[in-house]
Design a protein around this ligand. Sequence first.
Ligand SMILES: *Cc1c(COP(=O)(O)O)cnc(C)c1O
Length: 385
Amino acid sequence: MKGQFPVQRFKAIETPFYYYDTDLLRETLRAVHQEVNRHPGFHVHYAIKANANPKVLNVICQSGLGADCVSGGEIKAALSAGFPASKIVYAGVGKSDWEIDLGLSKDISCFNVESLAELEVIEERAAIMGKTANIAFRINPDVGAHTHSNITTGLAENKFGIAMRDMEEAIEHALRLPHIHLKGLHFHIGSQILDMGDFAALCNRINDLQNRIDRMHYRIESINVGGGLGVDYVHPNRVSIPDFKSYFSTYARNLKLRSHQTLHFELGRAIVAQCGSLITRTLYIKKGTAKQFLIVDAGMTDLIRPALYQAYHKIENISSDEPRETYDVVGPICESSDVFAKAVDVNQARRGDLIAIRSAGAYGEIMASQYNCRKLPKGYITEDL
Ligand SMILES: *Cc1c(COP(=O)(O)O)cnc(C)c1O
């Protein structure tokens, strides 16, 4: 499937860079909308942290999704891309005063509150500004997800959210605060989840919590189940669009939503991962004692996932049809973990060949750093070329 890249156009561009296939992005967004529309009351927010490239945000915003933010900077990025404040939700264990003030002054839809200490500060800031803050409590559901341990967030041992046993106390406390409007409950159990059973387990946990809240005679308006739907990193061509149908229907089947409630999702990776590739140039082929290294001009500063989570990304030589050879594909950064993949088969490479590191649209460009005084990679969309 090398034909899907405009390789001739790529040759003129300084490497490394990110390339976003906006046809695939739009197709993915259509698939999301098609499946969400089957379920009245379901709303999807795009998790800005997966990719905040303004051109990518623009396409996503135009499709009509809301935004999920985890910092004041992301709220600004969402607003400048055109997401309406009324569709912005804001989570995070450590919200600074200026970030809370920004959310209040823009009248965002909901603060997802992660501690009682934070609730007090939001009440205080809202009182000063003469505003009422819409909030949801982020509850830690103590539900494990079958994914990498660095990207589970819903276990009791993780730093996120309020413990289930403290939920009633938190709700009663919020109801006493004059500048707080308690709208709902929020959850997020982790990322790159492909086992629908994990989401079903979350639904069961929420059903129990809802029964507890019913006993308090309090009406919750909205439930937010976060994101976490994974993508197929091994087969980016064959499975280029995640199984949104199974994902949303798992919630429709398992979650006992009350008739007046809306259900909110915060999808990041599932929307942007497959449309993005990191394009890099082969610098050298270096023969080691027992292996050969394909040294490219991109490194962990451009895409940190392999170094950070031992993440797999499919690697293709998009300049070569030569027989495949086995390489360790490595970057130029002075860290032993600056390795994209070990012992992978790639069409025989020569200096100058362009290499595509696939499924890099999520948690790629946005996590780039300038370590080793490197330039940040640029991002191009189909329309730029
Ligand atoms: C990161 C994050 C998401 C998005 O996760 P994905 O796995 O990219 O879908 C959603 N909600 C919250 C609160 C997050 O922190």
